[in-house]
Every structure is written in C-alpha cells, then in structure tokens.
Design a protein around this ligand. Structure first.
Ligand code: ZN
Length: 324
C-alpha cells in the first residue's frame, strides 16, 4: 500500500517517519493542527493517531490519499507470479518513496551525497561523446527500439494534418537522412501518422525525467541554472543507485535543465514517481506523456539560442520490457 505524499497537508519528516494532517479527520473538520496522520516511509505502515485500530477510518484515509493499482483477472499461477513481482516492485517503490520523503525534507542531502560532476557523468557515458556533432540526433535516435514502428520527428506543430505523414518514419528510414525535419522527437513509437497522439502510440520504451526545478524553483539566473543542473545530475545518480532505474541518456536542454531518459519501469512505478515529482523538482506531466515533443540533440533553445546536447548515452539496453 502506497500513500501519495503530495496529497498530504502539513507534512513533517524526521528520518523515515512522516507526520501530517489526517485527511480523514480533516473531512470531519478535526485535526486542524495537522498532526494525526503518521507514515513509516520504509515499511509503508500508516494510520491515524487519533483513531488507533479504527479500520473504517484507515480505509477512508486510503480512499483519500492511497495510490490505487488495477488488478487484472489472472490464473492462480499468474497471480502468484504477479504477487511476487508486485512485492519486488513495492519494495523498490518504498525505497524510492522513503528516499523521496527525505528528498522533500532536504533535497540538499541528495545533492551532497550523490553529487555527480558533469565531467564524471560524461566519463561514465558508455558511448563516448566527443564534441557535439551534426550526427548526435542519429546517435540519440538509436535508443529507440527496432520494432519497425514509426518514430515522430518534427517541429512542435508538425502533427494532425495529412501533410504531416512524412514526420512519421521508421528508425531505419530516419537514419538514412542527413538532417532531421525539425528538432523534436516523441519518446515513443507510433502505429501510424499523421497525429502525434497517445492513441497512436505503439510502444513506450522510456520514462523521461525533465528536471526543471530541482533547486525548489524554476531557475532564471545563470548561477541558479547551473545549480539546478548540478542538483539534477545528483538526482539522476540517486535514481540509478538508490532506486534501481536504468539510465539511458541525459540531454542538456540548452536552457534551464536536463532531460534524463530511463528504461521504462512498470506503470505503477511511473504513477509513484508522478506522485512524488513535485517534491523532487521534476515535471510530473512529461513522466508519462509519451507523445510529448521533446528536444533532439542540436535543437536550439528558443530563449537562449543554445543547442541541446547529449551528455550521457547508453545504447546497451535491450530487454522485452520495452514493449508494452
Ligand atoms: Zn484521522
């Protein structure tokens, strides 16, 4: 059972213990000081200090702030396997959530503990990225799986009309071109054009983390932008080392932040990441918007006129979990 921390009010965190206003008490006008609800972010145990042992009250809390999962109809063997997988995922999620609770309390800890210098990130990249080159968009494109489906590349508005079919091509077709027709790419493959919409999505190989306010706000000054990127690199390293995500690519957007591409975890993990996105300073919407037009390497930023560039690229991922 997982609680959506973003829905709680008056959150206070000490170590792995979280205390906040009890959403069920608040419904009845009680707990104005906001101290009834407690959650152990390691075990996931939660309850209301004013209603110990009250099952209905706990159920109500769950209905208000729990993260729900859909359970498909399965055979007994599948159910067992599903339960085992679930247990593993939940353990990872609790770890992530307990870490994120700490993050919300003190993101500075992560930034300090997991600091990742840009040079070290570049050094750690399995694919050596020398000076930015004209072909970086092709290197990046190789991350998309060889499913034979279409990949969308274009400008933001190259979608919708029949004239936009040319923006949907297979990876093989794109790789034959010298220059892309626009500097945006969607983090998915598509069954068909001409619309870059979620119902045309065929596979979703990635979870994209857009780090735009890891310092607690959207930076505008150069010093803050550098600090946001440094915090972002630490966050990425923490997501890999503490949360077990597989990092595929990091793109410096040429403006305020970073885009980190991770191998796509299961849906409920993505939902859990969405539930803690705000406290981590990452964009909640992009986490699961596989049809979003994201920057390609070389894409010039509208405001800074600086190009987006690849900082890290790992092309060694190939698992069946890419298909969904
Ligand atoms: Zn209560």
């Amino acid at each position: 059972m997982l609680i959506n921390i973003d829905l709680l009010d008056r959150v206070k965190i000490r170590g792995h213990k979280l205390v906040s206003a009890c959403p069920a008490c608040r419904e009845g006008g009680a707990d104005q000081t906001g101290t009834h609800f407690f959650l152990d972010t390691i075990t996931g145990k939660f309850g209301c200090a004013a209603h110990p042992g009250d099952k209905e009250h706990r159920k109500r809390i769950w209905a208000l702030v729990g993260i729900r999962e859909e359970r498909p109809a399965l055979t007994r063997a599948q159910r067992r396997e599903y339960a085992q997988r679930k247990a593993r995922e939940n353990a990872l999620l609790r770890q992530a959530q307990s870490n994120s609770a700490r993050a919300a309390a003190c993101l500075a800890d992560i930034v300090e503990e997991y600091a990742w210098d840009e040079y070290d990130m570049w050094e750690a990249s399995p694919l050596r990225l020398e000076a930015p080159s004209h072909d970086d968009w092709k290197h990046f494109l190789r991350l998309w799986p060889d499913t034979g489906h279409n990949i969308w590349i274009g400008c933001v508005y190259d979608t919708g009309g029949e004239e936009h079919h040319a923006h949907f091509r297979t990876k093989e077709e794109w790789l034959k071109l010298d220059t892309p027709p626009g500097h945006r790419i969607a983090p998915a493959t598509f069954h068909h054009g001409p619309s870059r919409t979620l119902d045309a999505v065929a596979t979703t190989p990635f979870m994209v983390v857009d780090i735009d306010s890891a310092i607690g706000f959207k930076p505008t000054k150069p010093g803050d932008i550098a600090a946001n990127k440094a915090a972002g690199r630490a966050l990425i390293r923490w997501m890999v080392e503490a949360c077990g995500l597989h990092l595929l690519a990091v793109l410096d957007t040429g403006s305020k932040g970073l885009h980190a591409y991770f191998q796509r975890p299961p849906d409920d993990q993505i939902r859990a990441w969405q539930s803690i996105a705000n406290s981590l300073g990452i964009d909640k919407g992009i986490l699961a918007n596989h049809a979003a037009p994201l920057r390609l390497p070389g894409c010039l930023h509208e405001k800074t006129a600086l190009p987006a560039r690849l900082v890290f690229l790992d092309l060694n991922q190939h698992t069946t979990s890419q298909l969904s």
